[in-house]
Design a protein around this ligand. Sequence first.
Ligand SMILES: *Cc1c(COP(=O)(O)O)cnc(C)c1O
Length: 326
Amino acid sequence: MISLKDVKAARERISKYVHKTPILTSKTLDSISGNQAFLKCENFQKTGSFKFRGAMNFLLSMCPDERKKGVVTGSSGNHGQALACAGKLLEVDVTVVVPEDASPAKLAAIEGYGAKIEKFGRTSTERLSRAFEISKETGKVFVPAFDHPWIMVGQGTIGLEILEDLGHVDAILVPCGGCGLISGIAVAVKEQMKNVKIYGVEPEQSNSTYLSFKAGHIVELKDINTIADGLRTASPGRITFEVVKKYVDDVLLVSEEQIKAAMVFLLERMKILVEPSGAVTVAALLFHKILPRNKRVVAILSGGNVDLLSLCSWVKEVKQQQKEFW
Ligand SMILES: *Cc1c(COP(=O)(O)O)cnc(C)c1O
């Protein structure tokens, strides 16, 4: 089990490489949500998502001999980009296994950081088994996207920054995929202030953490259908779920329509560009998924890497409904 001490050590390791991201506020968001809201903007982190923190901490925690052999991962998105960028900074050879149908923009981003790309299969299971194979054949170390203590404590450094900047807060809303992000933050925060509530947020149509949390054991999903591509995980990790069980207070669900509306709100009212996975927490605030009012609530905006053409179509959809959301 990871501890606050481990998160603090990660902070020491990565702080000169990562941005301390800003925390933004909006009176409009406060009045719609009925709370005092603080947005922790990891969409402004290097590579456009918090994943850079975990990736940096992983590479910096490896022993130098291992690092020389290089690393490998299977990811189509933010983890691949983050690891590629971390590898470039630390001169570590990085291989990223991506799906055959990965978007050209994502491939360009990964290649732009100088990582090697190998296309394989379509599903994450196929990608991961290919990455394991490469690891076995070449001695390159496999870097998981969430289920590893080094990744978890790297992401947890966000929790330290929140308490440093805001002092007392009542609740923190965190998007959940494999739960590396929420488990790191939960440890960093609960082990300093046990009364701060930690809420996970998931799309209704990719609710494995919700189901697992309610059941008390890991539940795997077969059908996943959400625009939040960073949250399309079949289940929480084995290591991360132990922390979720111990520290997370509840898991909240938001609909696809609510995610899109939250993205439009952030863009139009606050001039902030987030990807769907990063907007679920603001959707939870806007659509009153937490009941207590007048609290100091932090929403993690986990990333900002979004395909602009898809964004255009979502904006159109929200606008054409001509519905008063708030
Ligand atoms: C990976 C990712 C998540 C989910 O993080 P986990 O550690 O897998 O729970 C959320 N938002 C964005 C933008 C991500 O890239």
